[in-house]
Unconditional design. Structure first.
Ligand SMILES: *[C@@H]1O[C@H](CO)[C@@H](O)[C@H](O)[C@H]1NC(C)=O
Ligand SMILES: *[C@@H]1O[C@H](CO)[C@@H](O)[C@H](O)[C@H]1NC(C)=O
Ligand SMILES: *[C@@H]1O[C@H](CO)[C@@H](O)[C@H](O)[C@H]1NC(C)=O
Ligand SMILES: *[C@@H]1O[C@H](CO)[C@@H](O)[C@H](O)[C@H]1NC(C)=O
Ligand SMILES: *[C@@H]1O[C@H](CO)[C@@H](O)[C@H](O)[C@H]1NC(C)=O
Ligand SMILES: *[C@@H]1O[C@H](CO)[C@@H](O)[C@H](O)[C@H]1NC(C)=O
Length: 436
């Protein structure tokens, strides 16, 4: 088919990248949006390639992009009834009565892309196009291409609630069509990815690593893969998407939290809440679209009581609360350390008592400017009496922690605060992608 050669020729002519070989790992910058406390990842999409910012959704099944002004010479649609369309769990075959274009074809595989922030979905069409990622440790401008990346179109109504400037969502969930799964399958590499989310004070980007279990070098030459502790990833057999898929397990990541200790004191928790029941309720989930860790009401109340008591033992007395937080302290009463304000440490204890994720003041507390000066507030919120997940570990508590999602061994590697190792998530030395 000679007509295909023309666009391919254009790619090589205007860009400087190389298409790399198997077992290459990739890295993408992650930024934190101040106004929404959500995270954005930058990748390259389309032909010719364009830098594209997408919401980072750890539990997302499929990626999607607003196709309203989508132009690319390499896209194609997926006809209904094909095995690819079936493997995407399509629930609809869709036609289009506007002008043919990306996201508008007849007999096209229909999908329901989801916005997890406003919990909304629209009927849209599947699309296949090139995406590219920066090669980890590569030369300037070196990209790796995923030539037939499968995602969904959407319209701009689905961008509501997302950071300014993003044009869609990058799904990192456990299914076969998440961004990491498709990148690993094209490069025949193990599906192991890692996230290092930047904190609000970061002056540079955090990093997402694809197709590698390490090393993950951060300035000044620290390999954070050597500081990981592992706990099994748990499957929730019941998904909680806006659109319900029959017998489709959750694409989100759950871990086996068994107790919470504050300065060594156990928080009194009804153990039944920490297991996932047959309806998919309960358990502990990680979420990049939840800014602060949320706890089921009974866990939350016991948690703040223990925290307040342990802080009182350090002679810290609460001051007026600042919404949405209830437990706040005057900044001038608290010592600061290199791991943030000196509050009691919180340990999330996993499957064994010596496997715990330690949370220091820098991740547990949120600094808020109040009327009478700054306060530190405990950055955990009440998730209600019967939330779907009893504990949802949110963005604030994951920042400046390296988290490795190993879908080969089905385990989570976590570092606790990397500030302990004299680095932070914004200290990854990117060799930049090409300027397009
Ligand atoms: C889809 O089919 C309908 C009915 O045949 C036709 O009116 C419409 O123009 C077609 N749309 C596209 C995008 O081809
Ligand atoms: C995902 O891909 C694997 C390997 O190709 C396959 O065995 C499995 O059935 C797929 N899972 C789903 C849900 O399609
Ligand atoms: C907290 O301290 C109060 C007052 O000393 C005490 O009654 C309560 O039992 C303590 N709660 C916990 C969870 O330690
Ligand atoms: C708390 O204050 C009491 C009385 O002022 C003092 O004896 C104690 O050492 C203080 N404890 C801490 C941990 O600072
Ligand atoms: C914090 O303490 C300082 C010094 O005691 C006081 O001036 C300020 O008003 C207090 N701020 C709050 C929010 O309580
Ligand atoms: C980042 O990497 C470049 C190229 O390898 C090097 O020249 C530069 O010194 C590094 N910067 C830091 C802060 O390590």
């Amino acid at each position: 088919m000679p007509s295909l050669h023309f666009p391919l020729f254009i790619i090589f002519f205007i860009s400087t990248y190389k298409i790399t070989n198997a077992s290459t790992s990739f890295v993408s910058p992650i930024t934190r949006d101040q106004s929404t406390s959500l995270y954005t990842i930058s990748i390259y999409t389309k032909t010719p390639l364009e830098s594209t910012d997408l919401l980072l959704d750890l539990g997302g099944k499929l990626s999607w992009i607003d196709c309203n002004s989508y132009t690319s010479t390499s896209h194609h649609y997926i006809p209904c009834g094909t095995s690819l369309c079936e493997s995407l769990a399509s629930l609809a075959c869709s036609n289009c009565f506007r002008q043919t274009g990306p996201g508008c074809n007849n007999n096209s595989c229909g999908l329901f892309p989801e916005n997890p922030v406003i919990r909304n979905s629209v009927l849209a069409q599947a699309l296949v196009d090139s995406v590219a990622l920066v090669v980890n440790g590569g030369e300037f401008g070196e990209l790796g291409i995923v030539p037939s990346f499968v995602f969904s179109c959407s319209d701009d109504s689905l961008l509501r609630g997302l950071p300014d400037g993003v044009s869609g969502l990058a799904g990192f969930g456990r299914g076969n069509y998440s961004l990491p799964a498709q990148v690993s399958s094209v490069y025949a590499s193990p599906n192991i990815f890692a996230l290092c989310l930047p904190s609000p004070s970061a002056t540079s980007s955090g990093a997402a690593f694809f197709n590698t279990g390490g090393p993950y070098y951060f300035s000044p030459g620290t390999d954070l893969s050597s500081h990981l502790t592992y706990t099994p990833l748990i499957l929730n057999p019941i998904g909680f998407t806006v659109i319900t898929y029959y017998k489709h397990p959750s694409d989100e990541y759950f871990i086996g939290l068994t107790s919470i200790h504050i300065n060594g004191k156990p928080v009194d928790i009804n153990q039944a809440l920490l297991t996932i029941d047959s309806d998919g309720y309960g358990g502990t989930r990680l979420s990049t679209v939840t800014p602060y860790t949320t706890l089921q009401t009974s866990i939350y109340l016991a948690f703040i009581e223990t925290f307040v008591n342990e802080s009182a033992a350090l002679n810290l007395t609460m001051t007026d609360p600042v919404d949405p937080f209830e437990v706040c302290y005057n900044v001038s009463d608290v010592y600061s350390t290199r791991l943030g304000p000196a509050f009691p440490v919180i340990d999330l204890v996993m499957h064994s008592k010596d496997v715990f994720w330690r949370i220091f003041g820098v991740n547990s507390m949120v600094k808020i400017a109040g009327e009478d000066g700054d306060v530190w507030c405990l950055g955990f919120v009440d998730g209600g009496e019967k939330p779907r997940s009893s504990v949802v570990i949110g963005g604030r508590q994951m920042e400046d922690n390296l988290l490795q999602f190993d879908l080969v061994s089905m385990r989570l590697g976590f570092s606790s605060s990397v500030l302990v190792h004299d680095t932070n998530c914004a200290s990854f030395n990117f060799t930049e992608g090409p300027d397009l």
